[in-house]
Design a protein around this ligand. Structure first.
Ligand code: DP6
Length: 363
């Protein structure tokens, strides 16, 4: 597929109004996307677990309008929200060539999250993928050339991911589950820089219902946004090596997913998390998103692993919160460990229990 293949060529112009609704999950990367080229093309491949409970629910009502330009309103948790408008405006500008009907309608976008907004959890992946999916449902309503069911489903997901990527890179990995790869690489033949693909390789039963408990260390606004962080990979002294490393780690992870070797899984996942933050600390300007409690938690996890035969490990996104990953078989033990030893490092003792999920669904 090329970008041109995603352009809607003809559509009905006599449809006055309608509404569509989707719930789309967040995802957590195991091999991290950090660094991008023009048009949201990633510098390296990434792979993520789709989450199950942390979701954005978005309804878009559309009605025919006169006049030029985009027209939309956003309501977040029932209240009109101006702060999200510039991001959606940029998104519409980027995707207009693929969805020529965008200027024909006024869109009322009503959105809410299943997790607290102030949790410091990145909602751009779930938020942007939910909008992309709604727009795809509208495209399907307007479309003249209806496809066969199977072909249409594959195209729908692929284009939804393609659009979501143009909203926020990691959002393209939130359409499907349970594991999604984004970025061209040799290990996953069907992989693409343009959209995420469901990982179709062998996955050992050790990863069934893999758990992710998100420890909310810091709920404040990040000092440096991901978008700025990605930019700082330009001219970064270690960028070239990092991008090569991500390809290697993805290849290794593919083998680990098949064998179910959790000791090796822990090594790759924790190394990826620390490398991501090492890139931040060694860019110019440099910055640190981890907080003292992030390090306290990491050390506690390491000590716990030494004294038990647990396979619990951590990963981080671009912030201070810690994602604690563990197999379902350890659910009770790890929740005890979290309550006894880690909760005190969370802001107001808050954490969110989640697990690997199957992707977005229409409501
Ligand atoms: C650290 O997808 O938020 O979470 O494409 O600029 O919207 P933009 O960035 P974004 O970057 C997320 C990076 C990450 C790692 C990852 O999810 O792979």
């Amino acid at each position: 597929m090329t970008a041109q293949d995603f352009t809607l060529k003809s559509y009905h112009t006599n449809i006055e109004k309608g509404s569509v609704k989707w719930a789309s999950p967040s995802n957590i990367a195991l091999v991290k996307y950090w660094g991008k080229k023009k048009d949201q093309i990633p510098e390296n491949p990434s792979i993520s677990f789709t989450l199950s409970n942390c979701k954005t629910i978005t309804e878009i009502s559309y009605s025919k309008k006169e006049g030029k330009g985009f027209s939309f309103d956003i309501y977040f948790e029932g209240e009109k929200n101006e702060a999200f408008k510039p991001k959606v405006q940029t998104f519409f500008e980027r995707i207009e060539i693929y969805m020529p009907f965008l200027k024909d309608y006024h869109f009322k976008i009503e959105t809410s999250n299943t997790f607290p907004h102030s949790s410091g959890i990145a909602s751009s992946a779930s938020g942007m993928s939910a909008i992309a999916l709604c727009l795809m449902s509208i495209e399907q309503e307007l479309s003249i050339n209806k496809m066969e069911v199977e072909e249409s489903k594959a195209y729908f997901n692929q284009k939804a991911s393609f659009l979501a990527r143009l909203g926020s890179g990691s959002a393209c990995r939130s359409i499907e589950g349970e594991l999604v790869v984004w970025g061209e690489n040799k290990s996953v033949a069907e992989s693409s820089d343009l959209y995420g693909v469901k990982f179709e390789g062998e996955v050992h039963s050790n990863f069934n219902n893999y758990q992710d408990t998100i420890l909310l260390v810091d709920k404040g606004e990040k000092q440096v946004s991901s978008t700025v962080g990605h930019q700082l990979m330009f001219g970064h002294p270690f960028a070239k090596e990092r991008f090569v490393q991500a390809h290697d780690n993805l290849a290794k992870l593919k083998t680990i997913l098949a064998s179910g070797d959790l000791n090796e899984f822990v090594k790759i996942v924790e190394s990826e998390a620390l490398t991501l933050h090492a890139m931040m600390m060694t860019s110019m300007p440099y910055f640190i998103l981890m907080k003292p409690n992030t390090l306290e938690i990491i050390n506690k996890i390491w000590t716990f692993r030494e004294r038990t035969d647990s396979k619990v490990c951590f990963t981080l996104d671009a912030g201070a919160n810690v994602h604690v990953l563990y197999p379902e078989s350890e659910k009770e033990t790890i929740l005890e460990f979290i309550k006894n030893e880690l909760v005190s490092y969370c802001q107001n003792g808050h954490f969110i229990c989640d697990q690997i999920g199957l992707g977005a669904n229409q409501i």
